[in-house]
Design a protein around this ligand. Sequence first.
Ligand code: ATP
Length: 371
Amino acid sequence: MNITLKNINKQFGQFHALSSIDLHVESGELIALLGPSGSGKTTLLRIIAGLEFANGGAVYFGGEDVAATPLRKRQIGFVFQHYALFKHMTVRDNVSFGLRIRKGDARPSKSDIRQRADELLELVQLSGLGDRYPHQLSGGQRQRVALARALAIEPKVLLLDEPFGALDAKVRKELRHWLRELHQKTGVTTLFVTHDQEEALELADRVVIMSGGKIAQIGSVDEVYEQPASPMVFDFLGSTNRIPVERHGNHLVIGTDKIAIYEGDHTGHGTVYVRPGDLRVASPDDVGLDAIVRNVQRTGPIVRATVAINSTGQLVYVEMPHLHHDVQHLLPQQSLRLRLMQYSVYDAENTPDGEDAPEPVLIGRERLRLA
Ligand SMILES: Nc1ncnc2c1ncn2[C@@H]1O[C@H](COP(=O)(O)OP(=O)(O)OP(=O)(O)O)[C@@H](O)[C@H]1O
């Protein structure tokens, strides 16, 4: 079932929790709503579910306005971060709850209900645990039961609000892979809320990045990562170096040093946004950023270094795979020139942090081909 949101607005008193939200989710898509705390993710999910009403706009399921459709008729499966299972019911009874409370002809027979619950337990890889009680399961297993329970009613839409938020990092990672596979098997249109960018990028077909009650960007994982629509999105998707520069013709300059050549001929202040992993050691005749290595950290497969720009002293973070041939240059006190392999340039020297401050304008974006 596809979902369309048109111009959704939501106010709590004077506070605009959501402003002009437009979104179309294709049938069978897995969408992540990603954004900082308070950006409106949960409110949007609750409006789609029918647990909350918008002050304006419309929600369509399969092209039909659902304003008048009560919650129980929307056929939605939910899983929340702390969606407690019924403690006094076995796992199997928890899973089949939604079927057992159906009335009259809509309720399957007892044996069908049991069979369906056991099939779902198999699907979430918990076969054989149907007779246990929730307190006899791990946190990860409980969330899988919650998912099985949500799927029992054969939902047309699955809404997950930080489903793995309360679990430790390793279990989260395992459940992520598992959820992706589960989605491939069931094909249910799914929206999940997370503030964990890695989770969103790893799981979703498309990512909706929210900020201050608005959609900052919608795109495939590659699009939002490679072409962030704004500095906010840039910052939100991983750490970023912001380096103040001057723009002279098609050169980016710090003091008298040319650090990069880009397509454009603007003049003025600017800020280069470059991710730590998009810096490489340049050869002496390349244009680049002259710096000295301050410290180096090896953390498994990644080598992280902090370097100081020669002309300004600004600290810049660099990351490389540990087997990369450039890693040999990352030694404390080593002078080097760094090549900006991929970066964006914005017009303002400093990014204003105030909510109503204008967003800096993108001037250019470069991606150098690896030799
Ligand atoms: N019932 C309510 N009454 C008043 N304000 C509310 C209510 N529900 C949410 N808000 C406010 O609306 C904003 C958006 O909240 P929401 O829970 O949607 O954010 P979120 O992006 O899901 O955040 P988090 O990641 O922290 O869960 C917040 O500033 C919140 O304080």
